[in-house]
Structures are given as C-alpha cells and as structure tokens.
Design a protein around this ligand. Structure first.
Ligand code: F6R
Length: 241
C-alpha cells in the first residue's frame, strides 16, 4: 500500500485527479471503477476542469460504479445514478452509453447483480478503481461482516451508514435500508486501486485499513493485499497514523 499525504481536501482532490487524468491520457479507453459520496466530488470537479481545458478526455472511457441504493430510480435525486450525472458525467465528454451504475430499481435485483458482475467481467475489470472509505471501514457498500463478499450483492446497510448518509436525505427515515454493491473480489480485480480519505471522522478507519488486521470487520483492510493500491488522505484523516 502506498500512502500519499495530502494537506487538505483540495490537495487530496488535486492529487487524485492527477492519477486519474494520467490514467486516461496514457490509456484513453481505460475502464474506470467509480465511487460516489462527498470524498470524490472535488476530484471529479478538478477532472472536469482539466477536460474542458483539453488536458484530458473521457470520450473513450467506460465506467462502472460501485453501488446504488435499492429502490431508487436513476432520476431520484439521492440515487447514485443521479449523483454521477450531476457531479461527473454531465460535466465531461464521457459517452453516457459507456457509463454503468448497478440497477437498484430492477424488479429482480438479484438477477441485476448477476448481470452487473457479467458486464464488469466482460469489460475486463477496471484499470483503475476509485474508492472512498466509510467511517466503519466499508468500501462500496461492503459493510463490516464475518466474511468478504465476492460478487455484486444486496446489502443491509448498518445503522452507522444509514445515519452518515441521512445528511443527504430530508430525514433518516427516507434513507433506503438496502443497497446493491460490487463485492470485495470484484474490487480486488482492479489493476490499480486509488482510495481517498478526508476529515477527522475517517481517521480511525484509515488507521485500521493501513495498519490493522486484515479482517472483514474492516472491509478496507483487504486492500493491504492488493499489489497496486494507493491511499491519498489528508492530514485530518491521517491524524491517528
Ligand atoms: C459510495 C461508496 C462509499 C463511500 C463511503 C464514504 O459509492 O462507495 O463506500 O465511498 O461511504 O462516503 P463519503 O465520501 O460521502 O464520506
């Protein structure tokens, strides 16, 4: 695991955008694994700025997102489909037809999970997987558990995740209780992983991920076993390291 220290959120975002733009400059038809949440927003904005200036392009990129809430349609403002369009896809030259987000609104969600695994495998798995980390050490929506999940699956969200994500909904009762998430195995198949963390509330999770036991109770700890994983974290997120 390579640990890159950033001063603050903006510095982390700029550093992360540099890694992603280098990836798409060197391989224009890269397969990117993408994340939602507050953490990558600044990275997406920086990439959009550079793309507008002509420094990089996503025209040939295909993307596969990590997760989606069960029951939310793509036009729901809190859905991850919507987040991706608003915060990245609509800001860059990516072809929407080449973007993929798990279908949490499918009538048969289990089948949608199987189909998602198939298309990610057919794409050859991400060249670069971008990740954030939850306060409880989750990646994607792989919550602390007694085993590591393999493929895309339906997850019961923990109270801590529901509470953390309620800031984006009108009330905690509106937060879906389930999500669809890529599994740990699929995440580990990415050729390179870039995981970002900002803020003091991530400090314990970052410490456990980087220096703790490798355990499904801290899903991100499995990344210690990935051959090409870079952590970019700001001073606050590294305050316990
Ligand atoms: C979202 C995802 C989650 C988030 C994590 C951190 O696609 O994969 O694991 O990365 O919940 O969320 P933020 O960035 O909002 O702190």
């Amino acid at each position: 695991m390579e640990l890159v220290r950033a001063k603050d959120y903006n510095d982390m975002s700029r550093k992360a955008a540099n890694v992603i733009s280098a990836q798409v400059i060197l391989k224009p038809n890269s397969v990117l694994g993408l994340a939602t949440g507050d953490t990558p927003k600044g990275t997406y904005l920086q990439l959009a700025e550079w793309q507008k200036k002509g420094d990089c392009s996503f025209a040939k990129v295909s993307s596969y997102n990590l997760d989606e809430y069960v029951g939310l349609t793509p036009d729901h403002e809190q859905s991850y489909h919507y987040f991706m369009r608003k915060n990245f896809f609509d800001l860059v030259d990516i072809d929407l037809a080449n973007t993929h987000v798990p279908d949490g609104a499918a009538t048969d969600v289990e089948q949608a999970c199987v189909d998602y695994d198939r298309i990610v495998a057919e794409a050859g798995y991400p060249d670069l997987q971008l990740l954030g980390i939850g306060r409880n050490g989750h990646i994607g929506f792989n919550e602390p558990d007694d085993h590591f999940a393999r493929g895309t699956h339906v997850v019961d969200l923990t109270e801590s995740t529901i509470e953390a994500n309620s800031r984006l909904f009108d009330s905690v009762d509106e937060v879906p209780r389930q999500a669809v998430s890529m599994g740990i195995q699929t995440i580990m198949y990415a050729r390179r992983i870039l995981i970002l963390a900002s803020g003091e509330d991530k400090a314990q999770a970052v410490r456990d991920m980087v220096y703790g036991l490798i355990t499904p109770q801290v899903p991100a700890s499995i990344l210690q076993l990935h051959p090409n994983c870079t952590v970019i974290a700001d001073e606050a997120a590294l305050s316990l390291c």
